[in-house]
Design a binder for this molecule. Structure first.
Ligand code: ATP
Ligand code: MG
Length: 281
C-alpha cells in the first residue's frame, strides 16, 4: 500500500511546489480563549490563553484529559467556530470561515447516511482500496462497521491532498492491528506530501510514534502545559516497532508524567460526584 502512496505523492509534491503558496501553510494560535454559553445561561471557559505554533509541514499531536478542549481547538483552526479572545492564523491569515486546503476528520463520523462509500469521483476507487475497503463501494454507512466508517472518513479527508490536516481521534474506534496499519498509511502519506497536521489522540504511544511535537493540554479550561519535541529520526518505519526504541521509551516516560497529572486532576473532579451518586443508590 505504501508504494501506491509514494506514486501518488510524487505527483502531489510536484503540484504543491508549483502552487508555492501552500508551502507557507502553518498554524498559529495566540492567546486563544474560548467560552461557551451553557444550557443554564452561564459562561463556561473551555480553553484559556492557548499559544501554539505549528510549522509548515509539521506533524503535531495533541493529548490531554477528556473535556480539556482538544476538539474545540480543532474546530477553531478549521474555521467552524471563532475564539472568544485571541487569534487563530493559518498560513499567516486570520482564520475567517472554512478555508480551502483544510481537511477535518471529525471525532464522530461525519458521513452522509444517504451516500454510498463510493462517491462519483474518479479518484475515489483508488482511495477506497487504499484504506482497505475494496468490495464495499456500494455500502451505505449503516452497512459498515465503526472501524470501516472511520476508514471511509480517512479516505475522504485525504482525497483532496490538503495542506492542513486536522484529525480528531481518527483511529480511536479501530482494533490494534488496523490502527497500526492505518497509522503507517498516514505516516507514508504525510512523509511524502507534508501537510501541516494537528492530530488529537488519547493514545500517547500513537502520538509519539507519529508526531514531530507532542502538546500536552491541562485539565479544562485547557491551556498548553508543555510541548515536547519528538527527535526520533524519520522516516520512522513501522509504528509497531518504534515504540521499543530507548529514545521512544524515554520520551514516553517524560510526557506520561506530565499527562498523568492532568488526567488525575480531571478524574478527581468527577470522582467525588460519582461516589456521592453511588452512595445515594
Ligand atoms: N458548543 C458547546 N457549548 C457548550 N459547551 C461546549 C461546547 N463545545 C464544547 N463544550 C465544552 O467545552 C469543553 C471542551 O470540549 P471538547 O469537546 O473540546 O473536549 P475534548 O478535549 O475534545 O474532550 P474529549 O477528549 O472527551 O473528546 C467541554 O467541557 C465541553 O462540554
Ligand atoms: Mg474531543
Amino acid at each position: 500500500m505504501a508504494s501506491t502512496f509514494a506514486k501518488r505523492s510524487r505527483a502531489a509534491r510536484g503540484a504543491r511546489e508549483h502552487r508555492g503558496a501552500t508551502q507557507a501553510a502553518q498554524i498559529e494560535l495566540s492567546g486563544v480563549t474560548k467560552r461557551f454559553v451553557t444550557p443554564s445561561g452561564s459562561m463556561f471557559t473551555a480553553l484559556r490563553d492557548v499559544d501554539l505554533a505549528i510549522g509548515a509541514g509539521k506533524f503535531c499531536a495533541v493529548v490531554g484529559p477528556t473535556g480539556c478542549g482538544k476538539s474545540t481547538t480543532l474546530t477553531m483552526v478549521a474555521g467552524l467556530d471563532r475564539p472568544s479572545a485571541g487569534t487563530v492564523r493559518v498560513g499567516g491569515q486570520v482564520v475567517n470561515g472554512i478555508a480551502e486546503g483544510t481537511s477535518f476528520m471529525f471525532q464522530a463520523d461525519a458521513l452522509m447516511p444517504w451516500k454510498t462509500v463510493l462517491e462519483a469521483q474518479s479518484q475515489a476507487r483508488a482511495w477506497v482500496r487504499r484504506v482497505g475497503l475494496a468490495g464495499f463501494e456500494d455500502h451505505h454507512p449503516h452497512q459498515l462497521s465503526g472501524g470501516m466508517r472511520k476508514r471511509v472518513s480517512l479516505a475522504a479527508a485525504l482525497i483532496n491532498e490538503p495542506s492542513i490536516l486536522l484529525m480528531d481521534e481518527p483511529f480511536g474506534a479501530l482494533d490494534v492491528q488496523t490502527k497500526a496499519i492505518m497509522s503507517n498509511e498516514l505516516l507514508g502519506l504525510w512523509e511524502q506530501t507534508k501537510p501541516s497536521v494537528i492530530f488529537v489522540t488519547h493514545d500517547l504511544e500513537e502520538a509519539i510514534a507519529l508526531a514531530d511535537q507532542v502538546v500536552v493540554l491541562t485539565v479544562g479550561p485547557g491551556t498548553v502545559k508543555a510541548v515536547y519535541d519528538i527527535d526520533l529520526p524519520r522516516p520512522r518505519g513501522a509504528v509497531q516497532e518504534i515504540r521499543f526504541q530507548p529514545r521512544f521509551l524515554e520520551l514516553h516516560h517524560q510526557i506520561w508524567e506530565s499527562l498523568r497529572e492532568e488526567v488525575e486532576r480531571a478524574y478527581s473532579r468527577t470522582a467525588p460526584a460519582v461516589s456521592a451518586e453511588g452512595g445515594q443508590s
